[in-house]
Design a protein around this ligand. Sequence first.
Ligand SMILES: Cc1cc2nc3c(=O)[nH]c(=O)nc-3n(C[C@H](O)[C@H](O)[C@H](O)COP(=O)(O)OP(=O)(O)OC[C@H]3O[C@@H](n4cnc5c(N)ncnc54)[C@H](O)[C@@H]3O)c2cc1C
Length: 578
Amino acid sequence: MAKSSVSRFRSDMLSKARDVLTETVRSTPLTSAPDAALMFPTLTSAQIARIASHGVTRPVTRGEVLIEGGQTDVPFFVVKAGEIEVIRPSGLGNLLIAVLRPAQFTGDISMILGRPAQMRLSVSESGQLVELTRDQMHDLIQTDAEISDVLMRALIHRRIALVTQGIGDALLIGSGRSAATLRIKEFLTRNAHPFKYLDLDRDADVQDLLDRFHVDRADVPVLICRGAAVLKRPSNQEIAERLGFNERIDRNHLRDVVIVGAGPAGLAAAVYAASEGLDALVIEASSPGGQAGSSSRIENYLGFPTGISGQELAGRAYAQAQKFGATVMIAKGAVQLTCEERPYGVRLDDGATIPARTVIIATGARYRKPSLANLEQFEGAGVYYSATFMEAQLCTGDEIVVVGGANSAGQAAVFLARTVRRVHLLVRSSNLSASMSRYLVRRIEEIPTIQIRTRTEIVALDGDGHLERVRWRDGTGGVTSHGIRHVFLMTGAEANTGWLSGCVALDEKGFVKTGQDLTEQDLAAVQWSLGRSPYLLETSRPGVFAVGDVRCGNIKRVASAVGEGSIAISFVHRVLAE
Ligand SMILES: Cc1cc2nc3c(=O)[nH]c(=O)nc-3n(C[C@H](O)[C@H](O)[C@H](O)COP(=O)(O)OP(=O)(O)OC[C@H]3O[C@@H](n4cnc5c(N)ncnc54)[C@H](O)[C@@H]3O)c2cc1C
């Protein structure tokens, strides 16, 4: 490390004695960490020459700022000679993240995602750099498979390190007992946005920090972005806006395909569309990953013999879609499909309408909610719809209830049984085998801390602020009350088709009918006028497709969602050629 860097790093550490981010101060920058080679590989001279042919090579002098934190249109640099320092700037204190030396390169996944830079990069030793604009860097990774592999691998490892160490431009102050805090944590995590979390009830110094930003305890959760902007109890939309998730997206441009929903089906469609040269936009109401993103471990998806968490699968697919040039709009819901004339339009919850030559409906399904009077009051405060590491942390050592007889409930029970004291698995039917895969039933039966309670359902939830007691009725009709503070509801799903406003034919349960499931009456109702029948996965509107869980007859699995998303693109090509 250059002398200036050492002294800056030390003084930075010292000045943080009372800084709330003290915990995140590292004794070494990431470039000196044991796994540095994964994050900061060195390029061969042949690779550097190939990269240089896409951009310019120029001299730089010490002190030059190459990228400012928050900057959009972030360029990409390879160090030929000299040294670059990567610093997380913020009102909360600067932190040296990395020192890049010859044959190493800059970049973070934000660059691929088209989001603002999180770090400041400056030249700490004069030298020579290769510089590519963001567009040139995109061209490079789309055309040079070898370099793309090296860059993408490094960027993903860097992001994982930032996320796991909470080094980023966002600080969340919340409470483990608040549903809004859990929502924000989930939103940031599922969007792979690194953030530092401080808990009002557990962390010292939080009050100092609240005072420093003139925030009242009642305003929590609070998100402090780039050490300056303070968002009090923000919605996901506000967070996406402030962190620049959708900053570079042109909403007026007519796309070849607009994909609504970024679950496995929508992301697969985006990867195939973009990799095959189509101009694709994905609209996601919440975060990429859909239901799969809320699964702790998917064990039956091809190619992952030891399983993969839904979040990791979604994160990789999201980066892959962006790598090929698909655009993903986050925290924007589609509220209407305008289908009377072509091009079609997808109207968003903020009033904008995105024009589309073809549309893929990939809005999946959401958990059915049991009709319990005060259910909403406990959502996120004792009642959960997903079972990931985050929820597991909230109930470690406690007794919990998992409701449901399908695979998602079984997985949740197995996953949570590792850290909780006891799992009561409540199933309405008289046994599990009708609705759950055999491997899961067997695994559940082998875990002594899981108690299967068949013909049992919850009848009431009680508590003040947080869930404290659960009452259930068993097969005998008797109702008992239990001091249980955590209930995981995994009770089947209904289609997210409310926004389609009668544009396409649905089945009696609200799922979208496609291909051969469409009857003559379905087609007559929308005046199908083409000389051909609807393609596989095509709805009753020409050029509007439905894939994944939202589609009637779909097998509700990650693999089938991914398969359908990718197959749909071949039919999109045919429609565009018509
Ligand atoms: C906890 C859990 C565990 C599971 N485990 C497994 C497993 O191990 N193996 C397996 O094969 N399957 C598993 N499944 C099932 C699997 O996750 C689903 O079949 C799969 O996610 C379906 O993908 P999809 O893209 O069709 O829909 P979804 O995953 O439901 O994604 C739909 C997306 O559309 C978005 N959306 C909805 N409405 C709108 C709108 N109006 N505008 C914009 N966006 C919208 C949603 O926010 C969501 O992100 C699990 C499901 C759950 C819930």
